[in-house]
Design a protein around this ligand. Structure first.
Ligand SMILES: NC(=O)c1ccc[n+]([C@@H]2O[C@H](COP(=O)([O-])OP(=O)(O)OC[C@H]3O[C@@H](n4cnc5c(N)ncnc54)[C@H](O)[C@@H]3O)[C@@H](O)[C@H]2O)c1
Length: 259
């Protein structure tokens, strides 16, 4: 796909992966809808990009909210690229230190935010893309979801997060198969550890040293720009479809993650 002139919607566009993707796609000539629950962060990204970028306050778990963002995208032109990169909080260990079971609600909340919301965006975005004119190869658009390597090697305390991310990996192929007749591709990225605001306010150099030590090569955390680079590559390569791509420097989590 030629990104120039395409309309892209980035969910979680105020965050580490989302902002980097919005910047990269905008630099490649896309008009970008930055969607985020956090108005300050999302607006800052859209304002920084200037012409061809708009912010829409969006809750990805809410149908009406996602539909309103898609309606805004339709005003910019034909939707071609959707990047699903919103965040959320993790879950709890199965048993706490006193062997009390985790609240079931903590599990369902994580699945709701990461997995259910990813499907919510995908189904609504696909309906919008279905109305677009086909491009070269009959392609109408691409939906790029974000899983995690925790889908494969989840660490202690990640049962809910791994289940949610594993669900995103598992639904990639059936989504691609569902949408293939329309020329809509579905590709998932499974990142390792990336230096984004999701890691909190700790000193970036310390984070890099701690988490980067476990990465075979390059021996550091990933950069959001490297995630965004893959987003552009996925958008451009029409033959990538129905697959999850690990982006992790060959990292495999140990039970505790890094050590
Ligand atoms: N950073 C990493 O190392 C890493 C690794 C693997 C997977 N991931 C995944 O990548 C995604 C993005 O991670 P990040 O590191 O960029 O996080 P981030 O915290 O930097 O950004 C997440 C953004 O999502 C927004 N958000 C949260 N809930 C929302 C909602 N309900 N609706 C709309 N927006 C919402 C936040 O306001 C924030 O701007 C997450 O799904 C995360 O699990 C991150």
């Amino acid at each position: 796909m030629d990104i120039k002139g395409a309309v892209a919607l980035v969910a979680g566009g105020g965050g580490g992966f989302g902002a980097a993707s919005a910047r990269r796609l905008h630099a490649a000539g896309a008009r970008v809808v930055v969607c985020d629950l956090d108005e300050a962060k999302g607006k800052a990204v859209a304002e920084d990009l200037g012409d061809g970028a708009v912010f829409v306050r969006t809750d990805v778990t809410d149908e009406d909210s996602v539909q309103a963002a898609l309606d805004q995208a339709a005003e910019l032109g034909q939707l071609r690229i959707v990047v699903v990169a919103h965040g959320g909080r993790g879950g709890s260990r199965t048993l706490d230190r006193d062997n009390r079971p985790a609240p079931q609600e903590s599990f369902t909340r994580v699945v709701e935010v990461f997995l259910n919301a990813t499907f919510n965006i995908g189904r609504l975005a696909a309906a919008a893309m279905a109305r677009s004119e086909p491009l070269e190869h009959g392609e109408r658009g691409v939906i790029i979801n974000t899983a995690s390597i925790a889908a494969y090697d989840g660490t202690i305390g990640q049962a809910a997060y791994s289940a949610a991310k594993g669900g995103i990996v598992a639904m990639t192929l059936p989504l691609a198969r569902d949408l293939a007749p329309l020329g809509i591709r579905v590709v998932t990225v499974a990142p390792g550890t990336f230096l984004t605001p999701a890691f909190g306010d700790a000193d970036p150099a310390q984070l890099d040293a701690y988490w980067g030590a476990a990465v075979p090569f390059p021996k550091r955390m990933g950069r959001p720009e490297e995630y965004a680079q893959l987003i552009q590559q996925i958008a451009e390569n029409v033959y990538l479809n129905g697959e999850t791509i690990r982006l992790d420097g060959a990292l495999r989590f140990t039970p505790k993650g890094a050590k």
